[in-house]
Design a protein around this ligand. Structure first.
Ligand SMILES: [Fe+2]
Ligand SMILES: [Fe+2]
Length: 182
């Protein structure tokens, strides 16, 4: 980890330059797994589950690394935290899907990858406080918080893009109305 100093508004502050190529190394294992890449056909908070998982993994990597945590385990758990498929949760309410999917993600993770205890705990408890048990490690808690942050921003950007579409339609109708009533 390289530390530099930048000057913002006359104040010196340290910046941490993260070796992003390490993130690509961690990601390679998942990119090379066909079953994992099938997450690209699953929808999740208005985007694909693959994209959501990559966003959570990247943010978890950055946070965990800058806090000196076991960033490899945190990032691997982040990649795997939503490794489940919608048809595995058919006929369940949204609440029970939210509570049950970490168990499925853990099962699938164990089926296709070698995961350690820290990663298993982080995957299983990432939906806390919706689930009873909270993550037992800082890495797990990091994933739990980052996932919620990414989910909220994904939902907000979905609402924003829908609002933009509606605004465009309303503007078009207004224009049409003005032209036809001149
Ligand atoms: Fe999840
Ligand atoms: Fe998630």
């Amino acid at each position: 980890m390289i530390k530099n100093e930048i000057i913002t508004h006359g104040v010196k502050s340290p910046v941490i330059i993260i070796d992003e190529y390490e993130f690509e190394d961690i990601a390679a294992e998942f990119i090379n797994c066909e079953q994992y890449m099938d997450l690209a056909s699953e929808t999740h908070h208005g985007i694909t589950r693959l994209k959501h998982s990559f966003k959570v993994a990247k943010a978890t990597y950055r946070v965990a690394k800058s806090f000196g945590l076991d960033y490899k385990s945190a990032t691997r758990a982040a990649f795997l935290h939503d490794f489940f498929f919608n048809d595995e949760l058919d006929n369940q309410s949204e609440l029970s899907k939210a509570k049950f999917h970490p168990q499925l993600a853990l099962q699938n993770s164990k089926k296709y990858f070698n995961i350690n205890d820290k990663e298993a705990d982080a995957i299983l408890n990432h939906m806390y406080p919706l689930t009873k048990d909270k993550p037992n490690t800082f890495e797990g808690m990091t994933l739990c918080l980052v996932d919620k942050g990414v989910a909220v921003t994904d939902r907000l950007s979905l609402v924003y893009s829908q609002t933009k579409t509606y605004t465009k339609k309303i503007n078009f109708l207004l224009l049409l109305f003005l032209i036809t009533n001149r």
